[in-house]
Design a protein around this ligand. Structure first.
Ligand code: 13P
Length: 287
């Protein structure tokens, strides 16, 4: 059975831990995520981005994740990431996703509130939780996400946004980027603590890739309950692909290539899952 994302987030919030939301779009990414979660004995969220829907049969994807979740030794939930279209959210609800992200961050506050509220009404009628974004996460290197303008979340706007939309969790823009950083990360932990103190809903960190471990640990101890990871996993898999397909190397069967990709993704995913499951450990400086 699939776990409910909101249950995982509320439990993480109680424990001052966070759940990794791994961007997945095929069986290898799902298997790698679940394998890594089992190694760390931690729950995991499988996050399918709306941008992958044109190349993914969502019914088949959901059935596959459900089947894998049924045999997994840890809770696995299924989430729709960065949806801009109501039709994608309707599809996800029909397929049994327990949470969706509606991304209205490109709109002005009033319009973002109005559109997000309509999505919340729709989703809650089916007991599906909604994550939304206010402020905007910028795009760094190698990301597959849309360009954001890097506007940090205003605490006053966030308070109003949560109260008027009824969202279940909130993506806070505190300086992380989608993709790899091109300079030194500048993450506003004070802003995060202010948001945590004035909001009750679990907070979500987008742009996990490339963020120094100590900073991620601090964000979790300051209120982040879910961290999204995509690019760093993709980079590890593509590096492996390049090595396996180097000129002069023996021609490998596709099945060997795809299991190699999975093997390359597991350590990266494990790093995030372990870090989010015991953030205080990452802050201990070894002598
Ligand atoms: P990264 O690609 O930086 O890991 O960000 C992923 C993300 O936030 C997806 O919503």
């Amino acid at each position: 059975m699939l776990a409910r994302t909101q249950d995982l987030l509320l439990e993480a919030q109680r424990q001052q831990k966070a759940i990794a939301a791994i961007n997945a779009f095929n069986m290898e990414t799902v298997q790698a995520a679940v394998h890594a979660a089992e190694l760390s004995e931690r729950p995991v969220i499988i996050a399918l981005g709306e941008r992958y829907l044109p190349t993914t049969r969502i019914e088949g994807f959901a059935a596959m994740v459900r089947a894998i979740a049924e045999t997994a030794s840890v809770p696995v939930s299924l989430h729709l990431d960065h949806a801009y279209e109501k039709s994608s959210i309707e599809q996800a609800i029909r397929c049994g996703f327990s949470s969706v992200m509606y991304d209205g961050s490109r709109y002005e506050l009033e319009q973002n509130i109005a559109q997000t509220r309509a999505i919340v009404e729709l989703a809650h009628a089916f007991d599906v939780a909604v994550e939304a974004e206010i402020g905007s996460v910028a795009r760094g290197a190698h990301s597959d996400e849309e360009e954001g303008d890097g506007r940090l979340t205003s605490p006053a706007d966030a308070k109003r946004f949560v109260a008027e939309t009824g969202v279940d969790s909130l993506a806070a823009a505190i300086g992380t980027v989608h993709g790899m950083y091109t300079g030194t990360p500048n993450i506003n932990l004070e802003l995060l603590a202010t948001l945590r103190d004035s909001l009750q809903v679990p907070l979500v960190l987008h742009g996990g890739s490339g963020t120094p471990e100590a900073i991620i640990a601090q964000t979790v101890l300051s209120g982040i309950c879910k961290v999204n990871v995509n690019t760093e996993i993709s980079l590890a898999a593509v590096d492996r692909l390049r090595r396996d397909a180097e000129p002069g190397s023996p021609q490998l069967h596709l099945s060997v290539i795809t299991s190699g990709l999975e093997e390359a993704m597991i350590p990266v995913i494990s790093k995030f899952i372990r870090l989010l499951g015991s953030p205080a450990d990452a802050l201990v400086v070894n002598p």
